[in-house]
Design a protein around this ligand. Structure first.
Ligand SMILES: *Cc1c(COP(=O)(O)O)cnc(C)c1O
Length: 417
């Protein structure tokens, strides 16, 4: 495969060679980061296109700039496809990222000092759901719910009783490190009964939701936010879905509320991604993500590892290293695995005893490897790799040996770019 960076290699050889380095890294590493994926060459072409030149503040047919004939068509098509994919009344495809989407939702319906009830970060939530150093944590009065001690699953009874006592203006549901099906219907009922708005953040599971492999929050939530670069397998970006009654407020909270000109090249990439996601092959892909995840999770459990919530219903699972490897932090495990070309991230676990910079857990996801074409057989091989590295993270011979095998495995599943 030749490098497509002809111009760039001439103009800026330093950046060109760094991109080439990253391309090699992506080709030769076993990618288990649950929030990452390999988008298609078609999406990359759209994102790398001349659309980056265009200013288009506003919305289709209502722009503050001239020359928007084609970008209007692009954004309208992206919106139409998003509506088709998620069966929602309104879609805003302009948020630059998942966090931007959430911030715009808050701006659309909350005032500083309002009470919000959100899932705690330590139990799998996201920074943009009221973390103290995020704008959401600074502006609002935040109360957290979490997962139950015994099951490791969201404690809906706890959520309900906090909600009924607190009367929050908004409840958020959705996670970055949670491996179980989320009961959006139940949370919708809880929100309705206490008079709260509901924001469902499906950043991680959007691909499963779009294909019907995870229940959709669309009928129960006032707002649904997502990223487009995780299981949806599109360009890096965000999106907001909402009911018609909120359409105007959401659009003005995105622009001019929190953003300026939209990234039209990324919006084109989102449109391409939604088209790909509407095809039957995409559902097959999502099914394989689930099969691979179950297989890898079971294989780790069989090897004695402690799985948070004892399993997975989605594209990821969490290992709590403390029961089996009390002396290894998540961070040290991550570093050792990375040296063997296995990429994943450390994570905090429920009732974490280490600092968030160390962590006692590992988060493992299968969307990226599934895109490469890996199946159950390869998952078993990867479980073996992880087991032997974690047996002794200081054994250089083992790391070297696994790295060689990891590169060989990756070579059998080439990336298209
Ligand atoms: C990834 C994620 C986001 C944020 O996405 P960015 O694009 O990184 O801002 C928001 N919410 C949840 C639950 C996520 O997992």
């Amino acid at each position: 495969m030749t490098s497509p960076l002809g111009q760039l290699s001439t103009v800026d050889p330093a950046i060109a060679s760094m991109i080439e380095g990253e391309r090699q890294r992506q080709r030769q590493h076993i990618e288990l980061i649950a929030s990452e994926n390999f988008t298609s060459p078609a999406v990359i072409e759209a994102v790398g296109s001349i659309l980056t030149n265009k200013y288009a503040e506003g919305y289709p047919q209502k722009r503050y700039y001239g020359g928007c004939e084609f970008v209007d068509q692009i954004e309208s098509l992206a919106i139409e496809r998003a509506q088709q994919l998620f069966h929602c009344e309104h879609a805003n495809v302009q948020p630059h990222s998942g966090s931007q989407a959430n911030t715009a939702v808050y701006l659309a319906c909350l005032k500083p000092g309002d009470k919000i009830l959100t899932m705690s970060l330590e139990h799998g939530g996201h920074l943009s759901h009221g973390y103290a150093k995020n704008i959401s944590g600074m502006l609002f009065e935040v109360t957290h719910y979490g997962v139950s001690d015994e099951s490791g699953e969201i404690d809906y009874d706890q959520l309900e009783s906090i909600a009924n006592g607190l009367h929050p203006k908004m409840i958020t549901v959705g996670a970055s490190a949670y491996s179980r099906t989320i009961d959006f219907e139940r949370v919708g009922t809880i929100a309705k009964n206490c008079g709260a708005l509901l924001m469902a953040d499906i950043a991680h599971i959007a691909g499963l939701v779009a294909t019907g492999l995870h229940p959709t929050p669309v009928p129960y939530a006032d707002f649904v936010t997502t990223t487009t670069h995780k299981t949806l397998r599109g360009p890096r970006g965000g999106m907001i879905l909402c009911k018609k009654e909120w359409a105007k407020s959401i659009d003005s909270a995105v622009f001019p509320g929190t953003q300026g000109g939209p990234l039209m090249h990324v919006i084109a990439g989102k449109a391409v991604c939604f088209l790909e996601d509407l095809r039957p092959e995409f559902k097959e892909y999502q099914r394989q993500i689930l099969n691979n995840c179950k297989t890898l999770c079971n294989a780790m459990e069989e090897r004695g590892f402690h799985i948070v919530s004892h399993g997975t219903d989605n594209h990821l699972f969490l290992i709590d290293l403390r029961p089996t490897h009390p002396e290894i932090s998540g961070k040290d495990a991550q570093i050792a695995l990375e040296r063997a070309n296995i990429t994943l991230n450390k994570n905090t676990v429920p009732h974490e005893t280490r600092s968030p910079f160390q962590g006692s857990g590992l988060r493992i996801g299968t969307p990226a490897l599934t895109t490469r074409g890996m199946k159950e057989k390869e998952m078993l091989q990867i479980a073996n790799f992880m087991e032997i590295i974690l047996k002794d993270i200081t054994d250089e011979k083992v790391i070297e040996n696994v790295q060689k095998q990891a590169i060989e495995l990756c070579a059998k599943f080439p990336l298209p770019h």
